[in-house]
Ligand binder design. Structure first.
Ligand SMILES: [Zn+2]
Length: 79
């Protein structure tokens, strides 16, 4: 995965989701990163969570369980 700072990703997210508020996006991402740091595991398979995906999917999950895709090389993770 490509690592990207929360601030930078939040801007990208707003560009593709103009209805979202940047403050809310940052808050969701920050909260997910905190849960990841605390050792949160995927609700489905117990792998470490994908913070970026967990922030918007409504549950804490790993990349594969959230996207159904095993190749995460083109996707971002926030920090
Ligand atoms: Zn999983």
């Amino acid at each position: 995965m490509k690592l990207i700072p929360i601030k930078k990703y939040a801007k990208k997210h707003i560009e593709s989701n103009p209805g979202s508020k940047i403050h809310d996006v940052k808050e969701s991402l920050q909260a997910a990163v905190e849960r990841q740091k605390d050792g949160a595991s995927c609700a489905v398979c117990e792998q470490p969570i994908w913070a970026l995906g967990s922030a918007f999917s409504g549950f804490d999950g790993c990349f594969t369980c959230i996207t159904g895709d095993s190749d995460d090389s083109g996707d971002y993770e926030v920090y």
